[in-house]
Ligand binder design. Sequence first.
Ligand code: CO
Length: 466
Amino acid sequence: MKKVNFTETVLRDANQSLMATRLPYADYEKILSTMDKAGYYSVECWGGATFDSCLRYLGEDPWERLRGIRKNMPNTRLQMLLRGQNLLGYKHYHDDVVEKFVELSIKNGIDVIRIFDALNDFRNIQTALEATKKYANDRTVASGCISYTQSPVHTVEKYVEMCKELQRMGFDTICLKDMAGTMSPYEAEGLIKGIKDAVGDMPLILHTHCTTGMAYMTITKAIESGVDVIDTATSCFSNGTSQPATESIYYALKQYGIETGLDEAVINKVNDFFKPIKQSYIDAGTINPKSMGTDAQALVYKVPGGMLSNMIANLKDMNAMDKFDEALVEIPNVRKDLGYPPLVTPMSQMVGNQAVTNVLLGERYKQVSKEVKAYFNGEYGIAPAPVSKELQDKILGEGGQPVDCRIEDSKRTGKDFADAKAALGDLAKSEEDIMSYICYPQQAEKFLKDRKAKEENVVKYSIVEA
Ligand code: CO
């Protein structure tokens, strides 16, 4: 039987899903050289929220973290998650910034760049793809990623079309990203067979979460249907809102006679190492036990778990829990008016808040949030399906059309880097410092100032010593 490869997520997505990305590099440095021998297809270790968390909470230089991982894991592909033209945030960056970010990521050790856009507007991942190809070395992999969601317009045919487009664009692999963990085994089978038929031997990856309890069944079906790579987390950092467990799936596949390339002793050693670390974060309250359980509500209401709990919190704040059922019914209606965007950040908040507003005010779109206005204005990209004409007219004026301001904006070049360099002065010691500042100005500036103060202290101290 064919081989199924594993991407280990403990350093990024498991860390992000279970403990808000608060795992410091120092906690896991010692296990990296062991992980390097596990036989993973790749280790997802960077991007997503790790960059922000390093600067904002952990006082770590994200680039230094990446170089440390690279040094200790010379033989394993290192993987990052990149939100296309938004890089690691929600703002639309200019092309030159996106290109430089990708260049530096590869230079500092990244091999696999998984690139996605929340709306699957592939114009937003084009620049990052081109940059990946431009700065690629012989280990670089450009992975085109689809944000998976369910709606009347998100059919197997539509996903197959998306995959063909990613193939045409020149990506090396394709990833289906089920952030809400709502993909069922039946859906996985249809999708993966359909996609495999369409894209030939282009490697296909499934990324899902255990949130609703579906993931193990879905992954089993996905493997039967021909998926090439699956994302899993070492067992003590698995389940709940994280990925399914690496070792459990390894043992199941071993019985099926499916090759994994994993070293059983090593993957067990990895888990042994992380067990006490996890316990210490449970004891400290960093890991919320709620994130470790299963919540099937998302399957009942067809909205992701995080979105539902947000909505409940909002309604409770406003003493309006009696409107809960009405708001739940309104969510799919708002989503339809917006052309069925995938319910991920920032769309999940946008749709959820507008649905609550519509219900509380007793009139639909009496008040339209500035985010929804910006969305209709084209500032987030192209909607997956046509938006409500009536609502578009209301927001943009009769016959008004969205402007493609995001794409226009992205074409400007050169200025951000020069501005950031000037603003930082001698605080910046490298292009990486400047890039940190462009991505997260306040956090990076504080980090760089702290670093400078520390260095000055060291100098003072060594003078006294001399
Ligand atoms: Co994820």
